[in-house]
Write a protein that binds this ligand. Structure first.
Ligand SMILES: C[S@@+](CC[C@H](N)C(=O)[O-])C[C@H]1O[C@@H](n2cnc3c(N)ncnc32)[C@H](O)[C@@H]1O
Length: 370
């Protein structure tokens, strides 16, 4: 099998380059995500993993594409290092007998049976692909535009299919960072949180990871009832020893009161998790959430804000800066920088604010109630 290069294809950003390559790379990034999305929709990686390496004729039979289409798709995915050549076929990727299979990256993140599967996110994004037209609309609108003129959370409350699709997408995004946070040094040792309130906990993937990694912890998920249907279904797949330490609190995090103690253990919450919540909201709503977190926690309790941050100088990471455009379309919020987050937490009375990276683009910002 041809090895996957350690230098993965990346946008070569160099503002001082005298070639046109930077602009080409940026423009073609759209083609890359387009072919990735369609491959996930057509279950190409799954089919190669389960049925074995595929020639272009096999892809025609699997996906109902033309021979020319199969060739273009395979070459694009191969150049993107999502496919590698299987040694049982031709060594020339242009040859009709070339047999393609998922690269290690694709096998980990794009095959549905993998625990780190990101395909639900790819599918969700594919349904609401950020086109220039949609971006223009979002840029000129004061409110989220993803579902037209309606509030996204209200829309998902009315439409279980949308709620389920979104929550599944969030689960894809959060699986790897949830595992990394659960295993982070902050979650270990005598000072680690024992009872966690996961505010707007989505699919429950954070609580699942935390309680699976630490048998002495309990957690409560505060979520909208419409989302909790998916949350409970997902957590039902976890072992009983984990499930019995999870509590659910249906409610609106803005208008309903937050519980102060875990119903299972009776312990006062010593940590509140806000994972990808503050980035959904305008500064006023963020201030309200921080105030509620502060009022809920006992002295010494901590708030954990889990986000993909943009650097203070806004020069990167490029991916996170681009996610800001998704926030524009989907929410009323933004990707935070460390200093914006620190100011927000300090304005709410929290002290000892510190940001720790966990995995990939992710970091957790921890602050303590004095
Ligand atoms: C971006 S997702 C984050 C989910 C999860 N914390 C994670 O990191 O995977 C935002 C979540 O906020 C929830 N949400 C939105 N408005 C809410 C409200 N008013 N009260 C409670 N939850 C809310 C949504 O249902 C959704 O699950």
């Amino acid at each position: 099998m041809a090895p996957e290069s350690s230098a993965l294809p990346a946008l070569q950003l160099n503002a001082n380059a005298s070639s046109d390559r930077t602009v080409y790379d940026l423009l073609m990034a759209n083609r890359l995500s387009c072919v990735l999305t369609v491959a996930v929709q057509m279950r190409v990686f799954d089919a190669m993993q389960t049925k074995g390496p595929m020639t272009r004729a096999a892809l025609v039979a699997h996906a109902g594409v033309t021979l020319r289409g199969a060739h273009a798709m395979l070459i694009a995915l191969y150049a993107a290092q999502l496919l590698v050549l299987d040694p049982s076929g031709a060594s020339d990727p242009q040859h009709a007998d070339a047999r393609f299979m998922p690269s290690p990256t694709a096998a980990t993140y794009l095959v549905e049976s993998s625990p780190a599967y990101l395909g639900y996110l790819v599918e969700m994004d594919g349904d609401d692909f950020l086109t220039p037209e949609k971006l223009r609309h979002a840029l000129t609108s004061a409110k989220p535009t993803v579902y037209g003129a309606t509030d996204p959370w209200a829309e998902q409350g009315k439409d279980p299919v949308k709620a389920e699709r979104f929550t599944r997408g969030m689960r894809s995004i959060s699986t790897e960072p949830a595992r990394a946070l659960a295993e982070h040094v902050l979650m270990k040792g005598p000072d680690a949180p024992t009872a966690v309130l996961d505010v707007a906990g989505g699919s429950g993937v954070h609580v699942g990871a935390l309680l699976s990694a630490h048998s002495d912890r309990t957690a409560t998920i505060l979520e909208l009832q419409s989302t909790l249907e998916t949350t409970t279904a997902y957590l039902a797949s976890l072992p009983e020893a984990v499930r019995r330490r999870v509590s659910y609190r249906p409610g609106d995090m803005f208008t309903d009161s937050w519980p102060t103690a875990d119903p299972n253990s009776g312990r006062a919450f010593d940590a509140i998790l806000l994972s990808q919540i503050l980035h959904d909201w305008a500064p006023r709503e963020c201030g309200l959430l921080i105030k509620k977190a502060f009022e809920t926690l006992p002295a010494g309790g901590r708030v954990l804000v889990y986000e993909k941050l943009v650097d203070d100088d806004c020069r990167g990471p490029l991916m996170t800066a681009m996610v800001n455009l998704d926030m524009l379309m989907w929410t009323e919020g933004q990707q935070f920088t460390p200093s914006l987050l620190r100011d927000l937490l300090q304005a709410g009375g929290f002290t000892d604010v510190a940001t720790h990276s966990t995995t990939g683009y992710w970091s957790v910002t921890v602050a303590r109630k004095p």
